[in-house]
Design a protein around this ligand. Structure first.
Ligand code: FAD
Ligand code: SIN
Length: 552
C-alpha cells in the first residue's frame, strides 16, 4: 500500500557539529561533553524525558565506599560476565566511574545518605555494598533530572523532541548524518553533522514481557546494521528475575534492591526455594535467579512466584521503596502486608552496536554509547547497576572520540541526498502494525526467551524471515518504522542465539547445557553482507578471530 511521501527537504549545510540520537543518561552525558567542543543537536523520539534511564530504580554501582576498591568492582564485573567481558572496557568503566559520579554530584545530584555518609546498597553478584541510590528507588529519575538541567544550561545544545530518526546517512563509507521524521508534521529531513552519536537505548519491547518502556524498540541497533556497522553478541539478553505479574498490569520492575534488603522468593506453595539453586539464595546472580524462578513456575504449574518483603516492616518499605510501594498499591497490592506475584521479564540488551573502548563503532563517523552499544563491559551477564555507570562513562568517552573524529575530517562533506532520494521508493504502510508487533513479542518470549533450543530458534527464525520480507520497505509512520526495527533486531537475536551452541550467562540453551565449551570466549558478530537495500538483510556470522582481519 503506497502512501504519498508527505514531504522531504534537501540536506542543509551542517547546522550542528554533532548529532546525538537519544536523550537518556548516555545521550545527555555525551551532549554535555560535546558542547565543550562544538554545537550539538539532541534528538529524541516522543517526549524528551521518555527513556529507560528515567525508570531506573536500584541505583548506580560505583567503587566509592570505604570498604570498596575499583579492583574489586573490576573483578565482580568480570566474574558476572562469564568470560565475555572485554577487560580494557571494564577497566575504563570502573576506574572512570568514581570521577563521573563526583561530577554528577557537583552538578547537583543528591544520592541518599545515612548519618551524613552515602548509603551504599548491596545487589546480586556484588561482593561489596556499592550501589548509590536516590530517593529510595528513583535513581534514574534523579540522574536524568540533573543531567537534563545541566545540559539545558549549555548554550550550544539544541533539542528536537518528537523527532524519530529513521536511518543513518552513509556517504563514501562515512556516517554523515541521519534521516529524521518530524512525528507531528510528518515531514522527513536529512540532518548533516561532522559525527553522529547513537544513544538510543535497548530493545526490550521485542519481548511480550519486558520492564522496558514502550519506546525501547531497538531502533539504533537496526539502523546501525542497515548502515553497515557491526553488531556484537545480540543473543545476550538479560532477563530480570522479578517484575510484577498481574493479568491487568504491565510487568513493572521490582528492584533487585528489595532482595538486597532481605526480600525473599517463595513459590506458590509459600516455600523458600532459592537456596536449592545457589549459595547466595535470593541474591544469586541475575541469570541464575531468573532461571530458578522459571523452574519453580514449571514445577508448580504456576505463572508466577512471590516476592516477600512483608518482614521488612511498613515504615522501612515506604521509606526505602516509595515508588514501588505506591505503584503496587495502584494495582491493589499492599507490599507491606502481601506477597507480590512476580515473574521474569526481558530487561537489558548486553549485545548491541560493537564499539571499541573509545565508543567508536566499525563505521567511521558513527559513535555509540549506553544500552545500544556493545562496549564489552557486560559480557554474558550484566552486573546489576552497571549500566547507568556505563552511560556516564561511555557517554563521555564516545563524545571525546566524536570530537577527535571531527577534527580529522574537516574537509567539505558535500551535500547529502534528500530523504526522498534515500528512501528508494514510495513510502508504504504496514497492514496492521499493532498485530505484527504483538505477534513478534509473543514469538520472541515463547521461542527466543529465557530458555532456548535449536528447534525453538529455528522455528522462530522461519517466521521472523517471513516478517522481515514484509517489513523490508520504506515506511512513513513511526509505528511501522518501529515494527520494522523490532523485526530486524529480533532476527539478529535469534540468529545469534542459534549460532551460540553452548550456554553462557544469560544465554541458556536447553539443548547445550555444557557451560564450559571451548568457544565460549568467542563473540557473535553480525554485519550486512553488502550495502544493498530492501529485502537484502543477509548477515555474516563468524567467530571474532576470523572477523577481526576483515573489519574496518
Ligand atoms: P535510554 O535511557 O533508553 O534512552 C534512549 C533514548 O533514545 C530516548 O531518549 C529515546 O527517545 C531515544 N531514541 C530511541 N530511538 C530513537 C529514534 N529512532 N529516534 C530518536 N530518538 C530515539 N540500570 C542501572 O544501572 N541501574 C538501575 O537501577 C536500573 N534500573 C532499571 C529499571 C528499569 C525499569 C529499566 C527499564 C532499566 C533499568 N536499568 C538500570 C537499565 C538502565 O536504565 C538502562 O540500560 C539505561 O538507562 C539506558 O540508557 P541509555 O541512555 O542508553 O538509553
Ligand atoms: C533493579 O533495580 O533491580 C535494576 C537494576 C539494574 O538493572 O541494574
Amino acid at each position: 500500500m503506497a502512501r504519498r511521501n508527505k514531504g522531504t527537504r534537501a540536506a542543509r549545510a551542517p547546522e550542528v557539529d554533532f548529532l546525538v540520537i537519544g536523550g537518556g543518561v548516555a545521550g545527555l552525558q555525551a551532549a554535555i561533553e560535546l558542547s565543550r567542543h562544538g554545537s550539538v543537536l539532541v534528538l529524541t523520539k516522543g517526549h524528551p524525558l521518555e527513556s529507560s534511564s528515567i525508570y531506573a530504580q536500584g541505583g548506580v554501582a560505583v567503587a566509592l565506599s570505604e570498604e570498596d576498591d575499583v579492583a574489586i568492582h573490576f573483578a565482580d564485573t568480570l566474574k558476572a560476565g562469564h568470560g565475555l567481558c572485554r577487560r580494557e572496557s571494564v577497566r575504563a568503566l570502573v576506574s572512570e566511574g568514581p570521577e563521573r559520579i563526583q561530577e554528577l554530584i557537583a552538578w547537583g545530584a543528591r544520592f541518599d545518605k545515612v548519618g551524613g555518609k552515602f548509603a551504599f546498597a548491596r545487589e546480586a553478584a556484588h561482593s561489596r555494598s556499592r550501589i548509590l541510590r536516590a530517593r529510595g528507588d528513583a535513581t534514574g529519575n534523579e540522574m536524568v533530572r540533573v543531567l537534563m538541567a545541566h545540559a539545558r544550561r549549555q548554550k550550544r545544545i539544541q533539542w528536537l523532541g518528537h523527532h524519530f530518526t529513521v536511518d543513518l546517512v552513509v556517504v563514501g563509507g562515512v556516517c554523515r548524518g541521519a534521516v529524521v521524521l518530524d512525528e507531528v508534521e510528518g515531514t522527513r529531513t536529512v540532518l548533516q553533522a561532522l559525527a553522529v552519536l547513537l544513544a538510543t537505548g535497548g530493545a526490550g519491547q521485542a519481548y511480550a514481557r519486558t520492564t522496558n518502556p514502550p519506546n525501547a524498540t531497538g531502533d539504533g541497533m537496526a539502523m546501525a546494521l542497515r548502515a553497515g556497522a557491526v553488531l556484537e553478541d545480540m543473543e545476550l539478553v538479560q532477563f530480570h528475575p522479578t517484575s510484577l505479574y498481574l493479568p491487568t498490569s504491565p510487568p513493572f520492575l521490582l528492584s533487585e534492591a528489595m532482595r538486597g534488603e532481605g526480600g525473599q522468593l517463595r513459590n506458590i506453595k509459600g516455600e523458600l526455594f532459592m537456596h536449592r539453586y545457589h549459595p547466595d539464595a535470593a541474591l544469586a546472580p541475575r541469570d541464575i535467579a531468573a532461571r530458578a524462578i522459571w523452574s519453580e513456575m514449571a514445577a508448580t504449574r504456576s505463572r508466577h512466584v512471590f516476592l516477600d518483603v512483608t518482614h521488612l516492616g511498613e515504615a522501612f518499605i515506604k521509606r526505602r521503596f516509595p515508588t514501588i510501594y505506591s505503584t503496587c498499591l495502584r494495582y491493589d497490592i499492599d507490599i507491606t502486608e502481601e506477597w507480590i506475584p512476580v515473574c521474569p521479564s526481558a530487561h537489558y540488551m548486553m549485545g548491541g552496536v560493537w564499539t571499541d573502548t573509545t565508543g567508536s563503532t566499525s563505521l567511521p563517523g558513527l559513535l555509540a554509547a549506553g544500552e545500544v552499544a556493545c562496549s564489552g563491559v557486560h559480557g554474558a551477564n550484566r552486573l546489576a547497576s552497571n549500566s547507568l555507570l556505563e552511560g556516564l562513562v561511555f557517554g563521555a568517552r564516545s563524545a571525546r572520540a566524536a570530537v577527535a573524529f571531527a577534527g580529522r575530517n574537516t574537509g567539505p562533506a558535500g551535500p547529502l541526498p534528500t530523504a526522498g532520494e534515500l528512501d528508494g521508493g514510495p513510502l508504504c504502510a504496514l497492514d496492521d502494525a499493532d498485530k505484527l508487533r504483538s505477534s513478534l513479542r509473543r514469538l520472541m518470549w515463547g521461542k527466543v526467551g529465557l530458555v532456548r533450543t535449536g528447534d525453538s530458534l529455528t522455528s522462530a527464525l522461519a517466521q521472523l524471515s517471513r516478517w522481515e520480507r514484509t517489513a523490508a520497505r520504506p515506511f512513513g509512520a513511526r509505528v511501522d518504522l518501529e515494527v520494522k526495527n523490532m523485526v530486524q533486531v529480533a532476527r539478529c537475536i535469534a540468529e545469534a542465539a542459534l549460532w551460540r551452541t553452548h550456554s553462557v550467562g544469560a544465554h541458556y540453551r536447553a539443548d547445550y547445557l555444557d557451560r564450559k565449551r571451548p568457544e565460549r570466549s568467542q563473540h557473535s558478530r553480525a554485519k550486512r553482507a553488502g550495502m544493498l537495500t530492501g529485502a537484502d538483510q543477509a548477515r555474516v556470522w563468524q567467530p571474532a578471530s576470523e572477523y577481526r582481519g576483515r573489519s574496518r
